[in-house]
Design a protein around this ligand. Structure first.
Ligand code: NI
Length: 142
């Protein structure tokens, strides 16, 4: 944990009022933690853009398990990229729909490639990749 440094910023009254309402809805106890989270979010976003960055994350998939050969295709892709996948969770959302969440770890370019392949597979209705950088979010302050 780094040392805390106090800093001041100039900000438009209306923008600050909107920010205060936003963070109240989000449940933040104070502005400082909300600002720190915003900064971390931008730093993580910048860090994971580098193809060689070490990232962790999740790939979420929604698909119809009746879609012809789709479960087999998705399983084959996952076996082909077993070195990137730490864990998978599968939930049967309703009679037709599956939700799958893959926990992934590796270089940003590997994780992105796997996500593109899975999400782009015919029959996958929706997919989302979330990447974060463990090294950027390590520093926590009170
Ligand atoms: Ni299912």
């Amino acid at each position: 944990m780094g040392q805390l440094t106090r800093t001041g910023i100039a900000i438009d009254d209306d923008l600050l009022a909107r920010f205060d309402r936003f963070i109240a809805r989000q449940g933040y106890a104070n502005r400082s933690e909300a600002f720190r989270d915003l900064i971390r979010d931008r730093l993580v976003g910048a860090a994971v853009e580098a193809p060689e960055a070490h990232v962790v994350g999740t790939i979420t998939l929604i698909y119809d398990h009746h879609s012809r050969l789709l479960p087999e295709k998705l399983m084959d892709l996952q076996h082909d990229h077993h070195d990137v996948i730490i864990a998978t969770t599968h939930a049967h959302i309703d009679h037709d729909t599956c939700l799958e969440v893959l926990v992934v770890k590796g270089r940003a370019k590997q994780v992105q490639k796997l996500a593109d392949l899975l999400i782009g597979t015919k029959g996958v209705r929706h997919g989302r990749l979330v990447m974060t950088s463990p090294s950027v979010v390590l520093t926590q302050t009170a």
